[in-house]
Design a protein around this ligand. Structure first.
Ligand code: TYD
Length: 200
């Protein structure tokens, strides 16, 4: 597949600020006349809707691997089309979320299998930003935004395991790690300076 666009992925634990940074980047690139498309996982598609319901009611970790992969399978088709038509695609979470979250829940020796499930259909991103925060910081942000309900995964120990997997992947796969505990404006300008280099 010829890839004309640019595929940028944002990852991080809950409350790391990915969505805010993506939106800021989307606005900035749009204002420069760049064809940019913001998208996120779980998607708003058929399987994404099922996932969102199950995130509230609960799902088994292996079920989550398969559902997220299925949602992603269709998402990747859309992303592929956008890249072929020259878009800059900003993606809030991608298969690394499955490696980190479901890997943390299922046990780290399962990570390679989760990766295998994705291998036949995945498009590798041009760059992955890991917005890194300590779980206490991330969770305190999430709590101040979401008043109601207990979301699964909102537990410091689990978030710590997820973060550990993310940081290891960052080394192995060459993610750009950003200290996302800083004020949002600083985090954004750091991200933008990397994106500017890539866009040149
Ligand atoms: P998201 O909508 O990104 O929530 P938030 O804005 O709080 O980051 O994702 C919902 C939850 O789904 C989040 O806790 C992370 C989890 N998730 C997985 O466990 N595996 C995955 O592959 C993805 C994409 C998300």
């Amino acid at each position: 597949m010829s890839k004309e666009g640019l595929f940028i992925v944002f990852e991080g634990i809950d409350g790391s600020g990915k969505t805010t940074i993506c939106k800021m980047l989307e606005n900035t690139l749009k204002s420069r006349g760049i064809n940019v498309f913001f998208t996120s996982e779980p998607t708003s598609g058929e399987y994404g809707k099922i996932i969102r319901e199950k995130l509230r009611s609960g799902m088994e970790p292996l079920e989550a691997v398969l559902l997220f992969a299925l949602d992603r399978y269709y998402h990747v088709k859309t992303i592929g089309e956008l890249l072929e038509t020259g878009h800059v695609v900003l993606c809030d979470r991608y298969y690394y979320s499955s490696l980190a979250y479901q890997g943390a829940l299922l046990g780290e020796d399962m990570i390679k299998y989760i990766e295998e499930v994705h291998r036949p259909f995945i498009i590798e991103p041009d760059v992955v930003f890991l917005l890194d925060v300590r779980p206490e910081v991330g969770l305190s942000r999430v709590r101040s935004v979401r008043e109601s309900g207990i979301e699964i995964y909102e537990e410091v120990r689990l978030q710590e395991s997820i973060r550990k997997i993310y940081l290891r992947m960052a080394e192995e796969k060459g993610f750009i790690v950003i200290n996302a505990e800083k004020p949002i404006k600083e985090v954004f300008s750091e991200v933008l300076s990397y994106v500017d280099v890539i866009l040149k």
